[in-house]
Design a protein around this ligand. Structure first.
Ligand code: PLP
Length: 448
């Protein structure tokens, strides 16, 4: 390799980073990651960093599994590319679709592929609107989502998302997307119990349906646990009430499982953990553990039947890419055969929960929440009143993230919440290291 400073200078000269202030980054230089194994990243200076984010919530299997590289190489030699448009198909896409139909709950038996979660959610927007048009209800086109949700960065998926910062740039949102409040009890619950608050926030869906008109609302979309919004674990009352309302008004329920899917919540899908019965699930990330870009929508029998009666004028060059499908299949095989998802739920998650929730004793931490292997802590200047750093929101989180990074731990901050989502293969000693480093970073941030 070139020396780190040279790599950083070239990066600054020619590479525009997503979700990054380029000037700030270039002033200090990006950290150059050169290789990874298990849960550990190595940078160009030889530092070993514990990746408590599994990249971007995606490397569920952990880094460095040769079997996935071999599956990709085998497929590239045999059939590197072919499309699935216009009445053609291929073996990897057939095999992966069958496997996903087996794994997905209920009658989610049909997969429409994309290259990413964003593309899959764009598919969902057009798919649910086309579904209702096919059923003679073209005005049923409003999709209800939530503030602070993240559903991707394409124009459609970012419109579905409820990130204010994203809506402020580039002409978002597209029409006929409506946002209700998120179930973030710690920040917004006031005097209500979490159960009362969960119910109240879910009932906003019913209020919105009545206000917008039952005959206008096509679907509701939600992440079982809001991830990029700060790992907002919903109160127990939330999802049953959302499900009741969707059933009552016959609107389609889309579970965005891009983060929650493939073991993250301790089961194969977050919908199973929260008792959600979606008509459509968005998948990506853990589907291939990030080893190849692939996403998709898994659709129930009835929706597929309606859609099959028309030509859905939609698709991507890389829908069902054979190499990505082969990698995803191999990833799912290992996750299952090595019992990684089962172990994550039965052993790793309870151990991590006990350690993580202990962070609430730190003076800077107001709440510590965890669902399976995705967790968050809320930083606060006063835990008794659940106060937030209102004036300089996000600064405490940023400082804490920097302290983590300086301490060879990748944790992410969302405003003043710190989040984790480690590879499912993380071991108990690695969890101990994670908690030790996080505590050291919290101490350093507190001292600043
Ligand atoms: N949906 C959720 C819940 C996500 O967290 C993300 C990405 O973080 C996406 C969709 C978008 O996926 P991608 O980045 O693969 O486009």
């Amino acid at each position: 390799h070139m020396p780190t400073a040279e790599l950083q200078a070239l990066d600054a000269a020619h590479h525009m980073h997503p979700f990054t202030n380029g000037d700030e980054l270039n002033a200090k230089g990006a950290r150059v990651i050169t290789r990874a194994k298990g849960v550990t990243l190595t940078d160009s200076d030889g530092n070993e960093i514990l990746d408590a984010m599994a990249g971007l919530w995606c490397v569920n299997l952990g880094y460095g599994r040769d079997e996935l590289a071999e599956a990709a190489a085998r497929q590239m030699k045999e059939l590197p590319y072919y499309n699935t448009f216009f009445q053609t198909t291929h073996v990897p896409v057939i095999a992966l679709s069958e496997r996903l139909a087996q794994l997905a709950p209920g009658d989610l038996n049909h997969v429409f592929y994309a290259g990413s979660g964003s593309e899959a959610n764009d598919t969902n927007i057009r798919l649910v609107r086309t579904y209702w048009a096919q059923k003679g209800k073209p005005d049923k086109n409003i999709i209800i989502s939530r503030k602070n949700a993240y559903h991707g960065s394409s124009v459609g998926s970012a419109s579905l998302g409820g990130m204010q910062g994203m809506h402020a740039q580039g002409g978002l949102p597209i029409p006929d997307i409506h946002h209700i409040n998120q179930p973030n009890w710690w920040a917004e619950g006031g005097d209500m119990t979490p159960e009362e608050f969960g119910l109240a926030r879910a009932q906003e869906l019913e209020e919105a349906i009545l206000e917008l008109g039952e005959d206008r609302v096509a679907a509701f979309i939600g992440e079982p646990v809001q991830g990029a919004g700060g790992v907002i674990v919903p109160p127990e009352t939330y999802w049953p009430e959302i499900q009741r309302i969707c059933d009552k008004y016959g609107i389609l329920l889309i579970a965005d499982e891009v983060i929650c899917g493939f073991g993250r919540t301790g089961q194969w899908f977050g919908s199973q953990t929260y008792g959600i019965r979606p008509h459509i699930m968005t998948i990506a990330k853990g589907l291939s553990s990030g080893y190849a870009p692939i996403g998709g929508s898994i659709v129930c029998d009835e929706v597929a039947e309606v859609m099959n009666a028309c030509e859905f004028a939609h698709g991507y060059t890389y829908s069902g890419h054979p190499v990505a499908c082969a990698v995803a299949l191999e990833n799912l095989r290992i996750l299952e055969e090595e019992g990684i998802v089962d172990r994550a739920g039965s052993e790793t998650a309870p151990y991590l929960k006990q350690k993580w929730e202990g962070l609430v004793d730190h003076p800077l931490v107001g709440e510590a929440k965890i669902a399976g292997l995705m967790g968050s802590i809320a930083l606060t200047p006063d835990k008794a009143t659940r106060a937030q750093f209102a004036a300089d929101a996000g600064t405490a989180g940023l400082i804490c993230r920097e302290e983590c990074f300086a301490n060879n731990l990748v944790m992410r901050h969302v405003g003043d919440r710190m989040v984790i989502s480690p590879p499912l293969v993380i071991t108990k000693p690695e969890i101990d290291t994670l908690i030790d480093r996080a505590t050291t970073a919290l101490d350093a941030a507190h001292a600043r």
